[in-house]
Ligand binder design. Structure first.
Ligand SMILES: Cc1cc2nc3c(=O)[nH]c(=O)nc-3n(C[C@H](O)[C@H](O)[C@H](O)COP(=O)(O)OP(=O)(O)OC[C@H]3O[C@@H](n4cnc5c(N)ncnc54)[C@H](O)[C@@H]3O)c2cc1C
Length: 389
């Protein structure tokens, strides 16, 4: 049986390794990605701070180790989910089982003015540009804004703000800087009021102004002014708050399903333009086609831990098909998210989105222990997927 996995990110890598482990040569697995290497989302924070180089943070796909899996660096150009016919820059595929794990793309142009006058740390290029801008920043108004929901890793904008604060303190320009975090969400981590409280308190302790429930809709690059609306994109009620000047604007760009997925018809019936999946099996409405991770509409945050857990469920579904047995796993939407609080401390949220009647999460206060756990989390994945130490 042929399995084609589109996307070698958190979800695709874990799925390929699981299939290799559980099915060996009973399946021929092809893993396709446009890039030559993988980088963890949280590594972009390291890049932003200039703590490590891009080369050191990249896991090259030629190091990918999973017997029976062939990696191909190709661009996916079309997907027909009805026939499972896939066209890439390298050829065509007609697999028995197709798994779409193409993640979320950014659409910075969706926020007028952002491409010209904004910065982001969600891509390696953006993180490097922002690193350079921060090194030259001599003070003024610095805004960190979430430009749309959903976005990858709900704690990341706050982690970015805390780490930028530390960086500016080290450079001796924090006293000359007003920091402001703006988000359309009503709280940082809605599933965990205690994590949200800790983040809000962390911002207050660092003199970072926090404005929830508001959306930056556009930048005026000539005046360096951000225009705000209500969370729903409608005009704010108070005119005095409709425009905010900035010297450095950092945004979490609008996220979208990749264009090739949008054009495939896989998003029909999906929540908010994402791929519609069965929340417990990750099956799409198309026979033999699954979608997992950031591109899918399973009601969980966009985060690697959730993509990885979903991959294990899809691996079990595929094993059940190949071995003619019943599936043994149901996707339960559980995952642990680590949150950088600065000063080397990391907090932790253990969330459960789907196994109970409603989503729930517990919070572990920032500590060096959780910082070490986060380091171990990355180390085990580098080892498992790439054989790297
Ligand atoms: C700053 C930041 C911090 C983060 N911190 C954390 C964290 O602490 N914990 C956590 O769990 N998550 C974190 N995340 C989120 C995490 O990185 C993503 O949620 C996760 O990578 C999603 O996995 P995925 O497999 O769905 O997609 P991805 O990992 O994005 O993989 C998708 C793959 O598809 C490929 N692709 C896309 N389009 C094409 C195409 N047309 N042709 C070929 N290949 C294509 C891409 O190159 C990519 O490799 C963070 C993200 C950011 C940006």
């Amino acid at each position: 049986m042929d399995v084609l996995i589109l996307g070698a990110g958190f979800g695709g890598l874990e799925l390929a390794v699981c299939l290799s482990e559980s099915l060996g040569d009973r399946v021929q697995v092809t893993l396709v990605d446009r890039n030559d290497s993988f980088m963890f989302g949280f590594s972009k924070l390291e890049l932003l701070l200039g703590r490590q180089t891009r080369a050191a943070l990249s896991c090259p796909y030629p190091s990918f180790v999973a017997p029976g899996v062939e990696f191909r660096q190709e661009l996916v150009v079309s997907i027909d989910p009805r026939t499972r016919h896939v066209v890439t820059s390298g050829g065509t595929y007609d697999p028995d089982i197709l798994v779409v794990a193409l993640g979320a793309d950014y659409d910075p142009a969706a926020t007028p003015g952002f491409v010209h006058d904004g910065h982001e740390f969600y891509s390696p290029d953006g993180a490097e540009r922002l690193r350079d801008a921060l090194n030259e920043f001599s003070g003024g108004s610095l805004i960190v804004a979430v430009l749309s929901v959903p976005f990858k890793c709900p704690p990341a904008p706050y982690e970015g703000a805390f780490l930028i604060h530390d960086h500016l303190v080290e450079r001796g320009v924090r006293d000359a800087t007003r920091m402001h975090v703006i988000t359309p969400m009503s709280s940082p981590i809605p599933v965990s009021p205690s994590a949200s409280e800790a983040i809000v308190a962390g911002m207050a302790a660092r003199d970072i102004q926090y404005t929830p429930g508001r959306r930056v809709t556009e930048l005026d690059p000539s005046a360096h002014v951000a225009r705000l609306s209500g969370a729903d994109g409608r005009s704010a009620s108070s005119r005095a708050e409709e425009s905010l000047p900035y010297d450095l604007f950092v945004g979490v760009p609008v996220h979208r399903v990749p264009a090739v997925v949008q054009e495939s018809g896989l998003t029909e019936g999906g929540d908010d333009g994402w791929v519609h999946v069965d929340r417990h099996t990750l099956a799409t409405p198309f026979g033999g086609v699954y979608a997992l991770g950031d591109c899918a509409d399973a009601p969980v945050p966009r985060a690697g831990v959730f993509a990885e857990a979903a991959a294990r469920v899809v691996a079990d579904q595929i094993a059940a098909t190949v071995l003619s047995r019943q599936p043994t796993l149901r996707y339960d939407g559980k995952g642990t998210c680590y949150i950088e609080f600065g000063d080397g401390l990391v907090g932790k949220v253990d969330a459960d989105f789907l196994s109970g009647e409603s989503a729930a999460a517990s919070f572990v206060a920032p500590s060096l222990t959780s910082a070490a756990e986060k380091g171990e989390f990355a180390r085990t994945r580098r080892q498992r997927w790439f054989g790297l130490r």
